[in-house]
Design a binder for this molecule. Structure first.
Ligand code: ME8
Length: 519
């Protein structure tokens, strides 16, 4: 038989698909940026990457919001889906496909997974009566709800629930309890971070009830095959986007080789859907399971939850305009430990821009490159023999890629950036200690060596910083005269060095300081 196409080099990553019931907010931007960094890192590391994002357009929340705005659900979805796509473009999010669940292919895909679950004996008709949160698009058991002081019943995430009673199809989730527990035990990496896995395991150990998977009181959704009175419960079709995105139900599609996903990036509030329901659906349909589900934390504005009534919903377009796209990307990735909740405010953003970027990396690059421009005619010098100090800083720079790979293999984005900025800090100490500006007259060979070593260290930093700051890192690499084909991670680690003798362009500052606008 013909060998199956090699897949050891592929990397499939997705974000959650957002509800387009409103404009994107900073939580959506954060998720897109963080997944983008993982995708770009894998690409630069030589992987064949597929990066999926998009919008989740069905469900009762969309119906209700559309009614309130006097629009059809489809008009509301289109308006806001475009906004989400524009946000991704504005933030330099390098998705390979932007999926909308209203696409015809996605309807066929959802109907096919349904048929397979049905053929496996896992779907039956009954009546659902119980609590439903439209905001979460989730069913909750009575003991997961509580009454607040005003007598309003709330679900576990603090959103109001309503009583629902209607004819519905059910998925035999209860039959998957043992299989899921075995999955978590055999593949402890299936859910990350660890705290989330523990939460999932204890939820499943607590017992699984069958899941209502269709609705009959509205018709905005994917029709249930064989019974047009029902539309699928929005999470059934939403989760299915991850296989539609790579070609399902056409398993001869060129992109189907990307399945199963390497990692689904989601927020912590939707872990149950991804780590319990989704693998159960796939097991039932006889499809391969994703390798990992990773939940990031929530972002808070000055410690407060974003809400329209508090008036602190931050528009990601405004942040990008105010601080710059690369600066905003760097801030969130460095400041927030990925997997944990995080805080942001103006002072913290400005501090990072001015300290980490403008002072530490920007000045180092600008001072060394202008010295080459002014004192060495803009030609990258040939180094003399390396001193112990030179060798120490080069070894540290060479070690960055291994540390970065290790961090990124488990989505520890902040550890990767810490590793890179530890070298930035050390390179500044090296540069200050060697004082190349004073060497022009006393020891020109030594000056050349120090400037060469600094340029080589900055080259490795800039290559490695590209996933976080594609534009600014690119400017820095331009100033170092690095050709496009030599900006990938195979050029790191010490086997390749920057080429002496290259004439460099006049250096352009890549990391401007943030200056407060006049009041
Ligand atoms: O949940 N901070 O859509 P959604 C960080 N359609 N992340 C946040 C956040 C915040 N303040 N608020 C939301 C849905 N998110 C479903 C997903 S996937 C098959 C279907 C994250 O628009 C949230 O955790 O409510 C989720 O991962 C994503 O934004 C979309 O949220």
């Amino acid at each position: 038989p013909a060998a199956a196409p090699a897949r050891d080099n592929v990397f499939y990553i997705s974000t959650a698909i957002a509800y387009p019931n409103g404009s994107p907010h900073i939580g959506h931007a954060y998720e897109a940026i963080s997944a983008d960094v993982l995708a770009r890192f894998a690409r630069l590391d030589g992987k064949d990457v597929f990066f999926l994002t998009g919008t989740d357009e069905h469900g009762q929340k969309m119906v209700q919001t559309a009614q309130n705005e006097g629009l059809s659900p489809s008009a509301l979805a289109t308006r806001n889906a475009n906004r989400f796509k524009e946000m991704d473009q504005r933030l330099n999010v390098s998705f390979d496909r932007f999926i909308r669940t209203t696409e015809e292919q996605h309807h066929r895909s959802s109907q096919e997974i349904w048929r397979r679950m049905e053929a496996n004996g896992d779907i039956y008709a009954d009546t659902y009566s119980g609590w439903y949160s439209v905001r979460d698009e989730a069913y909750y058991a009575e003991d997961e709800t509580r009454l607040n002081d005003d007598g309003v019943r709330l679900g576990p995430q603090g959103t109001p629930v309503e009583w629902v009673e209607e004819k519905s199809y059910f998925f035999r989730l209860s039959a998957y309890q043992d299989k899921l527990l075995k999955l978590y035990a055999d593949h402890p990496e299936f859910v990350g971070p660890d705290a989330r896995r523990n939460e999932v395991v204890s939820f499943v150990k607590g017992g699984l009830r069958d899941l209502s998977i269709s609705r009959t009181t509205f018709d905005w959704g994917v029709k249930v095959p064989g019974n047009e009175e029902h539309v699928m419960y929005v999470w059934v079709d939403a989760l299915t986007n991850y296989i539609t995105g790579v070609g399902f139900p056409d398993e001869s599609d060129k992109n189907w080789r990307y399945w199963p996903a390497d990692v689904h990036i989601i927020g912590k509030d939707i872990i149950r859907f991804h780590a319990v329901y989704w693998p159960a659906f796939l097991l039932s349909a006889g499809l391969a399971l994703p390798k990992r589900v990773y939940a990031h934390g929530f972002l808070f504005n000055r410690g407060e939850k974003m809400s329209k009534s508090v008036g602190n919903v931050v528009d990601p377009f405004n942040l990008a305009d105010q601080y710059g796209v690369d600066q905003m990307r760097y801030f969130f990735l460095r400041e927030v430990s990925y997997g944990q909740d995080g805080n942001y405010n103006h002072e913290a953003i400005v501090a990072r821009i001015n300290a980490d970027l403008a002072n530490d990396l920007g000045n180092l690059a600008q001072r060394s490159l202008s010295m080459i421009a002014k004192q060495l005619g803009g030609v990258l010098p040939e180094p003399g023999a390396f001193s112990d100090n030179d060798q120490a800083i080069l070894a540290m720079a060479d070690g960055m890629i291994a540390a970065s790979r290790e961090a990124m293999a488990t989505q520890q984005i902040h550890h990767w950036l810490n590793a890179v900025w530890a070298v930035v800090a050390e390179a500044n100490r090296y540069f200050a200690g060697e004082a190349p500006w004073a060497l022009a007259k006393t020891d020109p060979v030594r000056q050349k060596t120090v400037l060469y070593v600094t340029a080589e260290v900055v080259r490795q930093i800039a290559i490695l910083a590209q996933p976080a700051m594609p534009t600014a890192s690119g400017l820095l690499l331009d100033s170092l005269g690095i050709p496009a084909a030599e900006r990938n991670f195979a050029m790191l680690g010490g086997e390749k060095r920057i080429a002496p003798g290259t004439t460099l362009p006049a250096p352009t500052p890549a990391f401007p300081r943030y200056i407060e606008p006049a009041a």
